[in-house]
Design a protein around this ligand. Structure first.
Ligand code: FES
Length: 215
C-alpha cells in the first residue's frame, strides 16, 4: 500500500509543469507529502521521487537539509520558538523552559504524551521587533509571556467550536425567511466561499507562512 494518497501523488505529478526547472517542484512536493502524513517517511520520500521521476537520494538530500521538513513524528501543534539574539535578550530561553513545563516534555523534538505538542528552537523568524516570538499553527505569536503560552496550550487542549462561516449564516437566513421575504431568487448561485491557499512556491516550505497574532 502506498504511503501517500493517489490524490496527493496526482498533485505532485502535476507540479513540474508549473516551474521552468523540473527540480523546483521538489520542495512543494515534499510539503504536500508532509501535510498529508505529518512527517516524511522513507516510503513517502521515495514515492515523491518516483512521482517526480527524480533520484531518491536527491529528494532525501532536500528533505534532510531544510528544518521545516520533519523526518519523525511531531506534535499536532508544533511551537517554533525563536532563540536568536533579539528574542533571547527578551527572555526566549525562559519562554522555552516555560513551554516545556506547560506541554510536559523534557527536550526539543519530544512529543507530549497526548500527542498534541512538540517544539523546536529556530533561528530568527524575522519579527524581532515583537520579541520574543514563536510560530504556531502557521501563525506568529508575538510578545510572548508565560501567560500567553499557557493560554495557547489551553486553547489547543480544549478547542472552542468554530464560529459558523458568514456564508452559512446567510444560507440559514435564506432558508428561514425564504425569497418571498424581499430577496429575489438567485437560483443556482451560492455565496462566495474562501478558497484554500496551498502554496506552490518552491521556497514556501522554508519560510513562515504565517500571520502575526498579538493575543
Ligand atoms: S531574533 Fe527572534 S524573531 Fe528575530
Amino acid at each position: 500500500m502506498s504511503a501517500l494518497s493517489e490524490h496527493v501523488l496526482e498533485e505532485i505529478r502535476e507540479l513540474p509543469a508549473k516551474y521552468p526547472q523540473h527540480r523546483s517542484a521538489v520542495m512543494p512536493a515534499l510539503d504536500l507529502a508532509q501535510e498529508e502524513l505529518g512527517y516524511l517517511t522513507p516510503e513517502a520520500m521515495s514515492e515523491v521521487a518516483s512521482a517526480l521521476q527524480l533520484d531518491p537520494g536527491y529528494i532525501e538530500g532536500v528533505a534532510t537539509f531544510y528544518t521545516l521538513f520533519h523526518l519523525g513524528p511531531i506534535g499536532k501543534h508544533r511551537f517554533y520558538m525563536c532563540t536568536n539574539l533579539s528574542c533571547t535578550l527578551r527572555g526566549a530561553n525562559e519562554m522555552v523552559d516555560h513551554l516545556k513545563g506547560a506541554i510536559g516534555v523534557r527536550e526539543a523534538e519530544q512529543v507530549s504524551k497526548d500527542g498534541l505538542f512538540s517544539y523546536e528552537e529556530v533561528e530568527c523568524l524575522g519579527a524581532c521587533e515583537y520579541a520574543p516570538v514563536a510560530r504556531l499553527d502557521r501563525r506568529y505569536q508575538v510578545d510572548l509571556t508565560p501567560q500567553k503560552i499557557d493560554a495557547l496550550v489551553a486553547e489547543r487542549r480544549n478547542p472552542k467550536p468554530e464560529a459558523p462561516h458568514p456564508a452559512a449564516k446567510e444560507e440559514e437566513w435564506l432558508s428561514r425567511e425564504g425569497p418571498s421575504a424581499g430577496l429575489s431568487s438567485r437560483s443556482g448561485s451560492r455565496p462566495p466561499t474562501c478558497t484554500s491557499s496551498t502554496s506552490t512556491n518552491p521556497s514556501a516550505a522554508t519560510r513562515p507562512r504565517a500571520r502575526c497574532s498579538r493575543r
